[in-house]
Each structure stands twice: as C-alpha cells, then as structure tokens.
Design a protein around this ligand. Structure first.
Ligand SMILES: [Zn+2]
Length: 225
C-alpha cells in the first residue's frame, strides 16, 4: 500500500532502481519477467521514463504554462501561451502532461517503454507514430497488446478512453496501481497544490474535482483484467 506522500510524488520509500530508472518494487519484479519474455520474442523492452517526482512534474507543468517549454496541441502543433485564456492553457498542458501530484508516474507503477533493439533511446520522441504502423516500436507495441496482461500490466491511456490522449508507450502495473488509485485523495492533492508555486493555481483548484475525474478516475484496466 502506498502512502499519500508516495501517491503525490513526495516520497521514494516504495521504489527500487531498475535500468537507470526508479520503479515501485513489485512493478520491478513483474517488469523483469515481462522483459525476459519479450527478449524471447526479439524485443529489448527498456524504460524511457519510470518514477517522476512532484517537483519534476511541477517543473514540466510550469515550464509549459510560462512559455519556457514547447506547448503542443493534440496533433503536435505548437501553441502560443499568450494567445490562450488561462483555462485554455490549462487544457492544452493536460493534453500531454499530467497535473503535478496527479501523475501516475508518481506511483512508480507506470512506465514509458520502448524497444532498444529498434530505436536508440536518445532518438525516442514518445510520439504516437513511433508505436503505430511501420514505426520502430510498433512490433513491440503489438506484442505488448497481446502479452502484457499476463504479467499484470495494462495500457491506461488507450484509444477507447474519451478525452485522454492515447499513449501507446505507457504501461501500468494493475496489482499496485489499481489500489493506488483507490487510495488517492483529491483533498490531499488540493492541499499540496495550494502550498506549491504552481502556475494557473486558481483555475486548477476551482476545477480540481473535474480534473481528477477526467484524468485519474476514468482510467481503469479493460474489462476482464
Ligand atoms: Zn507515461
């Protein structure tokens, strides 16, 4: 069971080191088993991004809100922050970046993966085309769609979930992430955001119940898993 601090990305006590990343301990064991099976199928499944802290997610979020990092729309076209209302800016950031404190990467159960046999990690952009059709990670992605559930993993950002951008690189370890979601406290998140220096704070706090519903509670494993 994860603590509220761990759920918010403020505590690392649940993590172990794996392939240069930090991952929740039970998730790491399951990922090792998945990696071995994938190896037999010709894939070198590696982690592009594992655990992420609240501070790191805050830096990403504020960088986009303040025009210091590129802000892209849902088809990867650049947006200009100055042209947007505060609510439009918030919506645009949340297309590709989680709200700090509400990222599943804080839990250590959720991982962005790629096939190191097919693409160098430095060239990876984590864009959908890399995982579709003839993209370098497409064969691995098709294999994961068939096999990952055997190891307890599912794709939380699938095509069939309205309002959330599909992320074919992002797998979640359900035996830990589902209880984590059940334990998650929106009021603890509100308290944490209130005391942080997050951009767009009034808009976020006013919309927090809706944001938690849209970006966290709507996400679940497919039926039967
Ligand atoms: Zn991810």
């Amino acid at each position: 069971m994860l603590s509220q601090s761990q759920l918010l990305g403020l505590d690392q006590g649940h993590l172990v080191a794996l392939d240069g990343q930090r991952v929740e301990s039970r998730t790491a064991i399951a990922l090792r088993q998945l990696q071995e099976a994938a190896h037999g199928a010709g894939f070198d499944v590696q982690i592009a991004s594992g655990w992420r802290s609240f501070e790191r997610q805050l830096a990403i979020f504020n960088g986009k809100a303040r025009g210091q990092r590129p802000l892209l729309d849902s088809v990867n076209q650049p947006l200009c922050v100055a042209d947007l209302s505060d609510d439009e800016c918030l919506n645009a950031i949340l297309v590709w970046s989680a709200l700090p404190g509400a990222s599943r990467h804080h839990w250590g159960t959720d991982l962005d993966l790629f096939d190191a046999n097919a693409i160098d990690g430095h060239d990876l952009k984590l864009e959908p085309w890399e995982y579709q059709d003839d993209g370098p990670n497409a064969p691995m992605h098709r294999w994961l769609c068939e096999q990952a559930s055997q190891f307890g993993f599912f794709f939380p950002y699938r095509q069939d979930l309205g309002g959330v951008q599909p992320e074919p690189w992002h797998l979640s370890f359900a035996p830990v992430s589902q209880p984590a979601l059940a334990q998650f406290s929106p009021s603890a998140l509100a308290t944490q955001l209130q005391s942080s220096d997050i951009a767009l704070k009034p808009q976020i706090l006013a919309r927090l119940p809706q944001l938690a519903e849209q970006y966290l509670y709507r996400i679940s494993p497919p039926p039967g898993q």
